[in-house]
Design a protein around this ligand. Structure first.
Ligand SMILES: Nc1ncnc2c1ncn2[C@@H]1O[C@H](COP(=O)(O)OP(=O)(O)OP(=O)(O)O)[C@@H](O)[C@H]1O
Ligand SMILES: [Mg+2]
Length: 196
């Protein structure tokens, strides 16, 4: 099944024609390496797939409900956020549910209420269904595997080096549960072991 189907693609940047009547299918489960010299149009192509650039001509069809993740190492991040907060942003809705659940239990410590208990149990079911309990472990594994170091979790995003920030962005993308990942030079900051 094609997650993305691009056809009749023609696009130029600053008068330089990058693609002409190009067609490509990106299928589920595929790993595609895009190779070309500097300035060939690799980054521009990823931006077109991600919908950040509208091509001069052509059609980009994305299969309904396909979640595309894009690693853009130059994107702005909130420098005041800690690495831990940044990585957990993708799970914010689950942390919100957890907070509501805790609130109910706090209230229940003072006064028992059956309806509220049922609600809290429903929240718990929802968290279980999304493997909420394993988020910290997943983050720990990634942070270790990519060579970021657990000690960096408390650091502010703004205090990281460019290489460290790139790794944290990659970690967040890998945590986000996308159907398709667009990675622009994701291994720049990684050694062989971390790539593996
Ligand atoms: N915003 C822009 N306006 C005009 N020209 C641009 C713009 N962005 C990129 N270009 C030009 O388009 C061409 C393709 O650039 P692109 O960044 O897609 O190449 P690339 O293959 O990713 O190169 P690299 O390997 O250096 O990352 C280059 O000639 C570049 O100078
Ligand atoms: Mg590029």
């Amino acid at each position: 099944m094609s997650l993305v189907y691009i056809h009749d693609l023609t696009h130029a940047n600053g008068g330089k024609k990058l693609y002409e009547n190009t067609e490509i299918r990106l299928n589920k489960g595929e790993h595609i390496a895009l190779i070309g010299p500097n300035g060939a149009g690799k980054t521009t192509f990823l931006n077109i797939v991600a919908g950040k650039i509208v091509p001069d001509h052509g059609v980009v069809e994305v299969h309904p409900r396909t979640k595309i993740g894009y690693l853009d190492q130059h994107q702005d991040v909130d420098g005041t956020q800690s690495v831990d907060e940044y990585l957990k942003m993708s799970f914010k809705h689950l942390y919100d549910i957890e907070a509501k659940m805790h609130k109910i239990y706090e209230k229940m410590a003072e006064e028992y209420d059956e309806d509220e208990l049922v609600k809290a149990l429903k929240y718990q079911d929802s968290l279980n269904a999304h493997d909420f309990d394993t988020i910290d472990k997943k983050i720990g594994n990634l942070v270790t595997g990519l060579g970021i170091g657990i000690d960096k979790l408390e650091m502010k995003m703004g205090d990281l080096s460019g290489g460290q920030r790139g790794k944290v962005m990659l970690a967040k993308l890998l945590l986000s549960g996308n159907d398709f990942l667009l990675l622009d030079e994701p291994t720049n900051f990684l050694d062989i072991e971390q790539v593996e």
